[in-house]
Design a protein around this ligand. Structure first.
Ligand code: CTP
Length: 400
């Protein structure tokens, strides 16, 4: 959620809204206007949201971390709370005179406004016309309520209560998800997940820390939207998601063969952490350790690259091929290079330096031909849902 807090005595209620949102697991980034900063401090917004608060269009630090255009598109929903008469007017006029209005002009994300102002200002024909313009553009409105105002006048203009704003946010999200739910009906999806085990001998193998959770969540999210999903899984400790056909494999070579057998597919999402190398040969019997003797040398050979192979599979290539990039440094550069080198359409880039591998959360960037999107830190299921929504929208477009 991108929360824009503009000026008005009701700005303090935005703090309660952040609390309600974060309690539901929602990641909230805040933008505070100059007027808003007269009523609440960046520090209180930051303390409650746990994220950097953006206040100016001209911040080099903010621009180097995430440009304001990217910021405007990084959220699922933009919420303006409170929305002052002045901000509504500038939105209606399409001004980009500060960070908040620039983001609102640049965003392609749904917007919800919660107006709050003096009753005369609310009832003024100019405000009514601005609101009608915004509503005609699809902007959702919650409130204002009627009651005694801070200025002791009575009438409409009070900010809606935070629980009512939360309900409007949830309703807006429902509306966003509803049109795409089921749009993968009749589509075939191939998903890979988990690590591979590359045998050294009958009891030892090379592997990695992948838990398979992200890939399993993606398979489940695609199936929930109506796709027929084949999940090619390396060894993991997870049950097969409902409605998904799972093919269990151990090695990278088996994973490639199982993927090729699962084609044709409309979309392939390759989230598995396939071992890049395998022992040149697996010993038939257990390698014996002899006390005092040199350890055996492990000769490695290159494993097939499933993503690159499927991306180059000609007529059998899925319309949309999505790869992952697990990086510990230079995340975006390496991920962008991988997208080109492996010939896939999208790359989901994640920094695996922290607790991502094996953990329950993930913070990813989505790299497409159109550019790079920074997604907030989310539960792996929420990353999967968001990706499934994007895949459904992409497959709904007529093919080039
Ligand atoms: N991948 C694959 N087959 C391999 C190796 C990787 O299909 N043999 C896929 C992964 O499923 C993922 C993408 O390629 O979608 C990138 O994987 P990653 O481990 O980040 O990259 P590598 O190609 O292994 O490169 P490096 O280890 O140098 O980062």
């Amino acid at each position: 959620m991108l929360l824009i807090v503009s000026g008005g005595i009701a700005a303090y209620k935005s703090l309660e809204l952040i609390r309600l949102l974060t309690a539901r697991g929602c990641a909230v980034s805040c933008v505070l206007t100059e007027g808003g900063a007269q009523f609440v401090t960046p520090l209180s917004l930051q303390a409650l949201s746990g994220e950097t608060v953006h206040t100016t269009l001209w911040s080099l630090t903010d621009e180097s971390e995430m440009g304001h255009i990217a910021l405007s598109r990084s959220a699922d929903l933009v919420v303006v709370c409170p929305a002052s008469a002045d901000l509504l007017a500038r939105m209606a006029a399409g001004l980009a005179s500060d960070l908040a209005t620039t983001l609102l002009l640049a965003t392609d994300t749904p917007v919800l406004v919660a107006p709050a102002m003096n009753v005369r200002m609310w009832l003024h024909a100019a405000t009514a016309a601005n609101l009608a313009t915004l509503q005609a553009r699809g902007i959702a409105v919650v409130g204002p309520d009627e009651g005694v105002m801070a200025c002791n006048e009575f009438g409409p203009g009070r900010l809606a209560e935070p629980p009512a704003i939360l309900a409007a946010i949830l309703a807006a999200i429902e509306r966003m998800l509803a049109p795409v739910a089921g749009t993968l009906d009749g589509m075939r999806a191939l998903v890979t997940a988990g690590p591979t085990h590359e045998p050294i001998d009958p009891v030892r193998y090379l592997a990695n820390r992948s838990s398979g959770r992200q890939g399993y969540a993606i398979a489940a999210a695609l199936a929930a939207r109506g796709a027929r999903v084949t999940l090619v899984s390396g060894p993991v400790a997870l049950p097969a998601p409902d409605g998904v056909a799972r093919v269990e494999v151990e090695t990278g070579r088996q994973m490639l063969a199982a993927c090729e057998a699962a084609l044709p597919a409309d979309v392939a999402v390759l989230a598995a952490a396939v071992a890049d190398w395998r022992p040149a040969s697996a010993a038939a019997g257990k390698l014996k350790k002899r006390l005092g003797a040199e350890p055996p040398a492990l000769e490695l050979v290159l494993n097939p690259d499933v993503l690159a192979t499927l991306s180059a599979s000609g007529e059998r290539r899925p319309r949309l091929v999505v790869g992952f990039a697990a990086e510990t440094d230079a995340l975006l550069e390496h991920a962008a290079a991988k997208r080109v080198a492996k010939g896939c359409d999208w790359i989901v880039a994640n920094d695996v330096g922290g607790d991502v591998m094996g953990g329950s959360h993930n913070q990813v960037h989505l790299l497409t031909a159109a550019g790079t999107e920074a997604w907030p830190r989310l539960d792996k299921r929420a990353v999967a849902d968001r990706l499934a929504v994007r895949i459904a929208a992409e497959l709904a477009r007529p093919s080039a």
